[in-house]
Ligand binder design. Sequence first.
Ligand code: HEC
Length: 122
Amino acid sequence: MKKVIVLFLIACISLFQLSLLSSCSKKSEDIVNTPGADCSNPAIQKGPKFSAVESIINSKCISCHNGNQSPNLTTACNIVNEWYGINYRCVEVKTMPQSGPLPTTEQSAITAWVDAGHKYTD
Ligand code: HEC
C-alpha cells in the first residue's frame, strides 16, 4: 500500500512540473515575440498594410489558392508566411494572378507591405 501512495505522489509531482513547464512556455510576451505567431493571436490587431494585401488576396487569389493549389492563401498566417512568393509572382515577374498582372495600385500595396517588413502588424 505504501508503494502505491509513493508512486501516486511521484505521478502528481511530475504532472505538476509538466503544467509549470507549459504555463511558462505560454507567457503572452513569448507569443507576441515569436515570429509569425501574432497572425493567429486574436488579441493582436492586423496592421493596415497587411490588411490591404489580405483583401487583394481574398478577391484575386483564393479562388484558386484555397488549399487545392499551392500556396494555400486562405489564412492570415499563410499570407504572412508566403510574402516572398506573393511579392515575387505579383510584383517582380508579374505571373500571378494567371489572368494578367494586378493593377499598379495593388502591386504598390504589396510593395508597401513588403518594404515595411511584411509582418501581420504592419
Ligand atoms: C486561376 C487560378 C489562379 C489564380 C486566380 C491565382 N493563382 Fe497563383 N497559381 C495558380 C497555379 C495553377 C499555380 C501553379 C503554376 C505556376 O506556378 O504558375 C500558381 C502558382 C502560384 C505561386 C507559386 C507557387 C510555387 O510554389 O512556386 C504563387 C506564389 C502564387 N500562385 C500566388 C498567387 C497570388 C498572390 C494570386 C493573387 C494575386 C494568385 N496566385 C492567383 C493558379 C492561380
